[in-house]
Design a protein around this ligand. Structure first.
Ligand code: GDP
Ligand code: IMO
Ligand code: MG
Length: 427
């Protein structure tokens, strides 16, 4: 009954797509449990590059069943175009399972996301503009639309009308926008119903039966620990729970079933959108990390903010997720620096602080305290074992492991499937 969770240990874009794809051949199911098409997961297979937003990265492994769990928010038009894009490239997507309980991102959620950000002005979150927050808000407010509602026109119409009653007041009176017609929304959503029908399933039952039958289930997180609505840098977060507990609620699998929680950890740090980021660099080093690491958003094309590795955050991720392992990615990007600073603690209002402060004001004041580790200049992209790494790269990894609180069981030395050093097997 081994269930594994694979999640982002920082602010997203750690390389979850690559790590998931790497394990795809050894698992039976890959499940997205939260988030939506705000995610952008890159998978490189040979000379082919795929950018996945809503579909689990296991979709690229023919033996694996991809599942979109109840905790995901689904934009049907994005899902269908992602499926047809993959079909055109020869990927078989017929095994996909979509939870009937997943909530639907409608055009009005996308509109509300965009106008809210505009309204916030300087205080904006820097969302991906995909309607994620407003869809989760409706879910919690109990005025959401679920996948199963597409198959009952009368219920769908009642629900869309109820949701739009209040929203149209806000759109017209507060945001000065035109009202959205419920009939048009219903018509559009009904247009997706038959195309989605073959995928809709009771995914909770399927996954629990699979675990009973000793199948291997991998939960693929979107976003990252510091973007978690409860445990992240609120309010500069996404509106779901990417942390390990989210896999249980977002897929309907009990915590007793989860045997391993793998945190994907970049060898440095990046962030997209607004919010505090203690190790952010505004100098040539930051620009070099962005250039060498190709740090540009897969979903919105925005430049990612870049900075040195932050061990306080890694320790925090270990704690709130109960991490059993780390998968350290993009070590190759650090090749060429003579010295590499690593943040080991913060200085907050003159005091040294070892752990992530719970107070938002304190975190906004946190200044990184660095230790400097010696760098390396040898190309490491061909390394297959830990011993193949130059001594200083080995020491960098060991230092990060020591500071972060869980074993580093794999190391990424390039974007490709085979550009990975496996230290401990995950399955
Ligand atoms: P995700 O959202 O966590 O799946 O990560 P993204 O796909 O948004 O960003 C990670 C980027 O780093 C992608 O372009 C990957 O192809 C790339 N990548 C992943 N692992 C490695 C690695 O070990 N080395 C290098 N150079 N690139 C990597
Ligand atoms: P993956 O899965 C990085 C960020 C946005 C914004 C905040 C809220 O590729 O790691 P939202 O649209 O979710 O309401 O935006 O969260 N964000 C991400 N940053 N990687 C992601 O996904 C992200 N998904 C959302 O930039 O700051
Ligand atoms: Mg990404």
């Amino acid at each position: 009954m081994p269930a594994l969770v694979l999640l982002g240990a920082q602010w997203g874009d750690e390389g979850k797509g690559k790590a998931t794809d790497l394990l795809g051949g050894s698992v039976d199911y890959v499940v997205r449990y939260q988030g939506g098409n705000n995610a952008g997961h890159t998978v490189v297979v040979g000379d082919q590059k795929y950018a996945l937003h809503l579909l689990p990265s296991g979709i690229l492994t023919p033996e694996c069943t991809p599942v979109i769990g109840n905790g995901v928010v689904v934009d049907p038009s994005v899902l269908l175009s992602e499926l047809s894009g993959l079909n055109e490239r020869g990927v078989d997507t017929s095994k996909l399972l979509l939870s009937g309980n997943a909530h639907i991102i409608t055009p009005y959620h996308v509109t509300v996301d965009k106008v809210t950000e505009r309204f916030l002005g300087k205080r904006k979150i820097g969302t991906t503009g995909r309607g994620i927050g407003p869809t989760y808000a409706d879910k919690i407010n109990r005025v959401g639309i679920r996948v199963q509602d597409l198959y009952d026109e009368s219920i769908l119409t009642q629900k869309v009308e109820a949701a739009l009653d209040a929203k149209n007041q806000i759109l017209t009176k507060l945001f000065n926008r035109r009202a959205i017609s419920a009939d048009q929304v219903v018509e559009e959503l009904l247009g997706y119903a038959e195309q989605l029908r073959p995928y809709v399933a009771d995914t909770v039952l399927v996954l629990n039966q699979a675990l009973e039958d000793d199948k291997v289930v991998l939960f693929e997180g979107g976003q990252g620990t510091l973007l978690d609505i409860d445990h992240g840098t609120y309010p500069f977060v996404t509106s779901s729970n990417p942390t390990a507990g989210g896999a249980c609620t977002g897929a309907g699998v009990g915590p007793t079933k989860i045997s391993r929680v793998i945190g994907i950890l970049k060898a440095y740090t990046t962030r997209v959108g607004a919010g505090p980021f203690p190790t952010e660099l505004f100098d040539e080093d930051g620009a070099a990390l962005r250039r060498i690491g190709g740090e540009r958003g897969v979903t919105t094309g925005r430049d990612r903010r870049c900075g040195w590795f932050d061990a306080v955050i890694a320790r925090y991720a270990t704690r709130v997720n109960g991490l059993t392992d780390f998968f350290l990615t993009k070590l190759d990007v650090l090749t060429g620096w003579e010295e590499i600073p690593v943040c080991v603690a913060y200085e907050i209002d003159g005091k040294r602080v070892e752990e992530l402060p719970y107070s938002q004001s304190d975190f906004h004041h946190a200044k990184p305290i660095y230790e400097t580790l010696p760098g390396w200049s040898e190309d490491i992209t061909k390394a297959k074992t830990f011993a193949d790494l130059p001594k200083n790269a080995q020491d960098y990894v060991k230092a990060l492991e020591e500071m972060s609180g869980a074993p580093i069981s794999a190391i990424g030395v390039g974007p490709g499937r085979d550009e990975t050093i496996e230290i401990n097997s995950f399955i």
